[in-house]
Design a protein around this ligand. Structure first.
Ligand SMILES: Nc1nc2c(ncn2[C@@H]2O[C@H](COP(=O)(O)OP(=O)(O)OP(=O)(O)O)[C@@H](O)[C@H]2O)c(=O)[nH]1
Length: 295
């Protein structure tokens, strides 16, 4: 396997174009290492905005490495008005989160940091590591922006590797907030109340029923129009009235991609699942907007 590593910060588009033209077909992956604490959003958007590279390379996924020992300090750092907390942003956009240096923290501290990460990004898969040891296929070939792989991100089952650890989840099928239940279950570990955090968080909606296509279009359209700056990433599987296939979508700020997916199975409950990651998300408002689209 041939992997090229490019450092972002410079002219990313030029570097990728050069790689593509000079070494066409000679590498399998390009790894972009963001310099310092960079915000991943512009890099993600580049892949959608630049026709030059769009046809030759595809954005596979965002991997964030977290230092378990020092993460909390950075995540809780309050930035001046108008400035983002880059540590939070890097977690928010991630498809894979590698929580490293687990040997340097106790179980409780580790649980607490992972819980904090999960409130920011409930879509990503998390893995605990020592010395960053992960299989290559954990960080390459992620398909984090692939519509065919939306399922992996919106499913309610545990998206964390537990060898020593088990968390139960409620699989009820009413519209509900995944986090509230999660917080509740973990209350004994972690006493901070996430509802006080107006910053970046995840909201998951899981709801049975069919959507009115026109209403759902209007709702998502309006949401993107009004809130695209605040909505970092979103993914969903929708059940649309009279549609035999599931409708899947993913978005990054104002970028939105959606398409019909596989057929709903005969014995499958038509459940809508949407996850939003963003700033100042109001769960009640999102849920109400969504519910209003149900037939
Ligand atoms: N105890 C312990 N040390 C680690 C682990 N992973 C990395 N280190 C050590 O931490 C030190 C600093 O490594 P990193 O924090 O990864 O530094 P880095 O991110 O490469 O540094 P910059 O790219 O310059 O920010 C090195 O001495 C590593 O050997 C781990 O899981 N446990």
């Amino acid at each position: 396997m041939d992997v090229s590593v490019v450092q972002s910060g410079g002219d990313l588009v030029r570097m990728i174009s050069e790689l593509v033209s000079k070494k066409k077909g000679r590498f399998d992956h390009i790894v972009i290492e963001t310099t310092g604490l960079a915000n991943p959003a512009p890099i993600i958007q580049t892949f959608y905005a630049e026709d030059d590279i769009f046809n030759d390379v595809k954005l596979d996924g965002v991997v964030t490495l977290v230092d378990a020992k020092h993460a909390r300090l950075h995540l809780d750092e309050v930035k001046p008005e108008g400035f983002v907390n880059e540590a939070v942003e890097q977690i928010a956009y991630a498809d894979r989160i590698i929580v490293n240096k687990t040997d340097l923290v106790g179980e409780q501290e580790l649980d607490s940091v992972m819980q904090r990460i999960k409130t920011i990004n409930s879509m990503a898969h998390m893995k605990r590591t020592k010395y960053g040891k992960v299989d290559l296929d954990y960080v390459l070939g992620i398909g984090g922006f692939d519509l065919e792989r939306i399922e992996n991100s919106v499913n309610e089952e545990e998206k964390e590797d537990h060898d020593d650890h088990h968390h139960d989840h409620d699989h009820s099928h009413d519209c509900h907030d995944h986090h509230k239940e999660h917080d509740h279950e973990h209350g004994h570990h972690d006493s901070h109340d996430h509802t006080h955090d107006p910053g970046v968080s995840s909201v998951s909606l899981v709801c049975e029923g069919d959507l009115d296509l026109e209403k759902a279009n209007m709702w998502l359209g309006a949401l993107l129009y009004q809130r695209s700056e605040d909505i970092y990433r979103m993914k969903g599987i929708l059940s649309v009235q009279d549609m035999e296939e599931r409708f899947v979508f993913q978005g990054v700020h104002e970028i939105f991609e959606g398409s019909p997916d596989r057929l709903w199975q005969k014995d499958e409950t038509r459940t809508n699942k949407i996850v939003f990651i963003g700033k100042n998300l109001n769960r009640e408002e999102l849920e109400m907007g969504f519910r209003a689209c149900l037939v």
